[in-house]
Design a protein around this ligand. Structure first.
Ligand SMILES: [Zn+2]
Length: 715
């Protein structure tokens, strides 16, 4: 009873103090006509400004749209051009807060080139009107932008017969060639997507689930309608009611992964990958809570991506009991891609544009929320998320608003946590050293020393320790507060200790030691420089394909790629990671020796790993191994048959960056095997016996939320 009273009181305080002030909102009443064949549109926008406006209004609009004002006594003046848009000034008579603008013209920009080195670099465009479809966002400046204020709108679109248009909010009218969308809650921008779509509808609780496909495919649509209902139900239970009337999956005409308020725009290949239903799709749905209704104040750091990654990507792995593995790959990505020059604090993250910015803005932020959850416990964490959502829905919020909310709900100061993870650059690096184990009385005392080795002041860390004892299958866990550079740990047990593991499930954000990381392709793509060693003995056609492959590596990550023939080298360079190409490579023996350490084999006619054999003919194999002369670097051996498979490998490998080994078949090539080598010599583990036994088991951690059964949702 007391606990209940306190909860109610806290919620009341939250409601009273968490809310930021309601922002002034501009309303657009837009009527648009699309002419896709001519790459142009025409529009009329009736703008209603907040009543306390100054008499002069400035707005920006895409070049060449010739805005005209419909009002006696008002003037429009064009200001000096400032880039790819026009700036205009309108003087309003006193008391007037409404203006009507007509404009129109061509708006068509080609797709951007994807960012170099960036495996996830999907393409975008500042705006397109074409026979394939229409893609207009705030960046397109297709409606008048007045400062950076939030807005509401209604949008009537006329378009060719057989076309459909999608925007935020609710569809209030729809007939062939004409649709109206409207939204009364504050938005950052107005999206207009249109094309020749087939539409599918389904229920998702109180929400309308919609699917817009570019060709009819009822079964695919049904899969998405069902998934939409399940995810919305899960997140409504976890966070609070879904903020819009509908959620739509919209098929784009190029490969993309965009999450807009109340819909997502995914590429044609993307939506047909089955794993998207458990990865990108819930991520984009969850963005309706974080990013598309609670808006990050970008200038103070974009927290929304990391929180979405944590409650979608991480949660789904957690539900499959693979949370620790997921966190390990997040830490590995940070360790591999983020050099000290590329690092920055979370308050400076706006959006990802490289693997390094993704590793910080998504990865470190995600780990920050994980540590916050562990500090205050699941119940408080969930309650704080709910209070934060209620308080900031359709408003902007930054890390300090998160801090205020979480402190209030948890009833404890969280300044240390926010200061060291959000405002400080970098990550702690831990080591453990054994002082001794001694028998004492009936049992044993273990003394070890934990240290922080990163430059700069120590972090305040709660370090998970896991002790495995002889004769017990379950390990024992403890959390040790590490506040200084060094901390002496004393543990006691009645049974003989076998091993002690430091943070084996990766609960802390930290820079991993090389030996904790199985060699993986991310160490090739994340390297500053690599040497590609070509097999001089290869046949001409094969050599041409290998040379083209070496060139493609220069576009997928490393800043400097040097290609040399194997016969020019006495030994492998140890100043950067190395890629060995071909069965014919003189240095194949180096790969064979290193692979043998993991139980994998390479012979003249085949490679074998994981109990499977891959003949040289018609197969491609990739082994990423530790460099024999420098444990911080890798040697990747890549051999392909037929040579034509190399073009496909160049395209596919960046997507397999977290794997140690891969095997493919044919010229496409099709993936047959993938995996990570086991960690054999982690410095985070102390063994007390020669035998190096496996770590004892730990209780399964309960996921933050569970996915409702398919049949229970959406009815
Ligand atoms: Zn996202």
């Amino acid at each position: 009873m007391i606990a209940r009273t306190i909860t109610v009181l806290l919620l009341w305080m939250a409601a009273a103090t968490v809310c930021s002030e309601a922002a002034a909102v501009i309303h657009h009443d837009l009527q648009v006509e699309l002419y896709p064949q001519e790459h142009r549109f025409s529009a009329q926008d009736t703008l209603t400004l907040p009543p306390d406006r100054p008499d002069t209004v400035m707005f920006r609009l895409h070049e060449g749209l010739a805005p005209r004002l419909h009002a006696p006594g008002m003037k429009i003046a064009r200001l000096a051009p400032e880039g790819p848009y026009g700036s205009y000034r309108v003087s309003l008579p006193p008391g007037q807060n409404r203006l009507v603008l007509s404009y129109g013209g061509r708006l068509h920009h080609p797709l951007d080139a994807p960012e170099k080195e960036y495996a996830r670099g999907l393409r975008g465009s500042p705006g397109q009107i074409s026979p394939q479809g229409v893609y207009l966002t705030g960046d397109s400046l297709w409606y008048p932008h007045i400062e950076d204020e939030l807005l509401t709108f209604s949008l009537r679109i006329k378009m060719p017969p057989g076309w459909q248009a999608v925007s935020q909010g609710s569809r209030t009218r729809s007939k062939d060639g004409e649709t109206t969308w409207a939204i009364a809650s504050s938005q950052e921008q107005i999206f207009l997507i249109a094309g020749p779509f087939t539409e599918y509808l389904g229920p998702a609780g109180q929400v309308q689930a919609m699917v817009f496909l570019r060709r009819p495919e009822a079964q695919l649509a049904q899969t998405y309608l069902t998934a939409t209902a399940r995810y919305i139900e899960m997140y409504e239970t976890l966070i609070g009611s879904y903020p819009y009337d509908k959620f739509a999956l919209v098929e784009n005409w190029w490969e993309s992964g965009f999450g807009m308020p109340s819909f997502t725009l995914l590429g044609p290949r993307v939506i047909r990958f089955p794993f998207i239903l458990h990865s990108s799709y819930p991520h984009e749905i969850l963005h309706n809570w974080w990013g598309n209704s609670v808006y990050p104040r970008y200038a103070a750091g974009n927290w929304a991506e990391g929180l979405t990654a944590y409650l979608a990507d991480h949660l789904l792995q957690e539900q499959r009991a693979e949370g620790a593995q997921y966190r390990q790959s997040v830490l590995q990505k940070y360790t591999d891609y983020v050099s000290s020059q590329k690092d920055f604090p979370l308050i400076e993250f706006t959006g990802r544009h490289s693997s390094a910015s993704e590793a910080v803005g998504y990865g470190k932020t995600m780990m920050f929320f994980h540590m916050l959850r562990r500090q205050i416990g699941d119940r408080m964490f969930i309650e704080a998320l709910q209070v934060f959502y209620r308080g900031y829905r359709f408003k902007t919020a930054d890390f300090s608003d998160l801090q205020k909310t979480f402190e209030m709900v948890a009833g404890q100061p969280l300044e240390t946590l926010f200061a060291q993870w959000v405002r400080r650059t970098g990550a702690p690096q831990l080591t453990i050293e054994l002082a001794r184990v001694r028998a004492e009385g009936e049992g044993y005392v273990i003394e070890a020393v934990l240290r922080q080795r990163q430059p700069g002041p120590p972090y305040a860390l709660d370090v998970p320790l896991v002790l495995t004892l002889a004769g017990e299958t379950a390990a024992r866990s403890a959390v040790v507060p590490l506040r200084d550079r060094m901390h002496k740990v004393t543990l006691s047990s009645t049974l003989p200790p076998l091993r002690l593991d430091v943070d084996p499930h990766y609960h802390l954000f930290r820079k991993l030691d090389r030996a904790e990381i199985p060699p993986a392709l991310s160490q090739v793509f994340g390297a500053e420089q690599i040497t590609v060693v070509l097999p001089a003995a290869a046949a001409a056609e094969q050599m041409k394909a290998y040379q083209a492959f070496a060139q493609s590596l220069a576009h997928s990550g490393p800043e400097r790629v040097t290609a040399v023939f194997d016969r020019e080298l006495d030994r492998l360079p140890a100043d950067g990671s190395v890629v060995l190409l071909g069965w014919e490579n003189r240095f194949r023996e180096t790969a064979r020796t290193a692979a043998a350490g993991y139980g994998a084999s390479i012979s003249d006619g085949q490679a074998a790993l994981d109990g499977k054999t891959f003949p040289r003919q018609a197969h491609s194999v990739v082994f990423t191994l530790r460099h024999p002369d420098n444990a911080g670097l890798v040697v990747a051996w890549i051999a392909a048959d037929p040579p034509a498979a190399l073009a496909g490998l160049a395209r596919k490998l960046p997507h397999y960056h977290k794997y140690s080994y891969l095997a493919f078949e044919g010229r496409e090539p099709q993936n047959l095997a993938k995996g990570r080598w086991p960690v054999l010599d982690s410095p985070m583990t102390l063994f007390f016996t020669e035998a190096r036994p496996a770590m004892g088991s730990l209780p399964q951690e309960a996921p933050l939320a569970t996915l409702p059964a398919a049949s229970a949702a959406g009815n």
